[in-house]
Design a binder for this molecule. Sequence first.
Ligand code: ADP
Length: 629
Amino acid sequence: MASLSLKHIYKVYPNGVKAVNDFCMDIQDKEFIVFVGPSGCGKSTTLRMIAGLEEITAGELRIDDVIVNDKEPKERDIAMVFQNYALYPHYTVYENMAFSLRLRRVPKEEIDQRVREAARILGITEYLEKKPKEMSGGQRQRVALGRAIVREPKVFLLDEPLSNLDAKLRSAMRSEISKLHKKLQTTFIYVTHDQVEAMTMGTRIVVMKDGFVQQIDTPRNLFRYPVNKFVAGFIGTPQMNFYNGKLTRNGDVVEMVFDDTGVKLEVPYSYFVKTDESYLDGKHTVTIGIRPDDVSADANMYPFKAKCRVSFVEELGSESQVYGDFNLDSEDTVAESPTKVIVKAQAGVSYAAGDVVEVSLNLANMHLFDSKTEHTISPRIPAKYVEHCTVSEGKLNLLGTSCKLPPAMDIADGEYTVTIPADAITQGNIAVKKLASEVVNDVTYTEVQLQDKHFFVAGYEDFKGGKIGFDLKKLSFASNGETVFNALNETNVVDGMFVKTRVTEEVERNGVKVKAKGWAFSFDAEGYKFSCPDNIAEVILNSSDTRIFKTPLKLLFNPYQAKLGEAEGLRCSVEGFLDYGTEKFVKLNTGKQTVIVATEEKPDRQEVFLQLDASQLSVVETAHMMRLI
Ligand code: ADP
């Protein structure tokens, strides 16, 4: 039984390959976590770092709240099962399973009891006296699992344990491993490149690509709310159909035009309430994803219809899969087509190649992506909203509401598109209509409507009177696609170093006070030194090596995480004063950077001293862009 915490874990191999980037995850006790992704995406490297078989370049790994970065594999209380089960061929199954316990000098009776219990759980009791070569692949893999079980580890790590088995056995072993997980009530981490394995076994899945975590979620949520085109295409069989197209909003409807075929559909705006409005301008190319399950050979199943030309039909017994193309002039070729479609149909459909059939589309389940970045533009909970507004005589008119802009927002009269990040929606005095709620990662989001705009607000239940407001300093304004007024920059960055100095401390040894030499740690921000408490120094030291003292760092803090001093601190010149009404900020120049700091009043001097607090900083190692804390 164990929980794990992976904080900003990185792996840079000596040859410079950055195999794992900023892997962050908390794993609860008894979870079944699957790392999935194409070959070379960093799954095994991450697993091996957890096992202690690979050094962690940066980051902090905890097992049951104990930092284990520097612990040997055998001290971590984990057991690993590999693809090549590597059984000792001359030993019996019993001896193979008992081997590691013998090495640890576990008493004979206990070994016997643990081996027999594991054999019972795995259903291999009758093979205990056999040699591995007398057994099938599946049985051997069970012995390999048995070897791990007898050690009674806190965590099981499994690296593609089934990939040497044939398809039928693999599927049988899949359910056995799931059952085993339930029986053992232990944390499992399982690596596979097979999305079906991931979907059927994981309580949560980590989808990786090129060393980056793409998404961590339950199988159901990955399927329903993929964050990008990669996850959308990777999860689910047959693969999601993707088309490029354009979306144009005309009031209550959105016209959807498919590039390459010119197919046009009129879709109610209600399908797009979570979509980033800036993509509904008819100019952006978007990628439209529709799963084969949402394309029906029954033209009357869904309200949106399109014709496709059949290429071939795959009869699967209980159903058919029709491969077709929305381009009716398509040719019979094996080449990829941007307009191809896979349609789920009843068993025994009698289509012939070349037939033109009408299908219907369930657009309620469609997915939308930016065609360049491939990120979703219609997320489960929008991170930002785009809306039209006007500014006149210092007043902002937005969605039928009007408010006075503070002195810091000196925006010329005119029409703008305003970007409202989700965290800019606060409690206020604007009445809205309350719609549904949904819970995502323990946070309740309430859908509220203001005119025809829908917002998904976290913590809305606590808003007095159910009225919302906008945090004006977070809004940015654009005109004709050009930003004309930026939101207040709330991320300050200064250059820094991590420094140690020799100190003499008084410590108690055997009841006597003696002087001892030790280290004190501090940060140096452009020449200003401020102390770093030991608990933070420990995290940095644990998540890096000795070169850290020579490595340039970026120190990140927000306007509320710094103070202004009169004599001590980083000397800065005052560049400006930003009055946002209830909040005020001062704009400073350190000589290298501009930073923004919250203040109660306008400084009466041209020079102030910036004071930082090590416990409030985020720290990034610049050379490899590795986040340390
Ligand atoms: P996966 O398990 O997802 O197939 P790996 O974790 O094995 O991926 O590898 C991730 C990346 O790190 C790959 O680009 C691989 O070539 C590289 N890599 C793995 N091991 C080493 C190593 N010992 N030295 C250098 N590069 C490595």
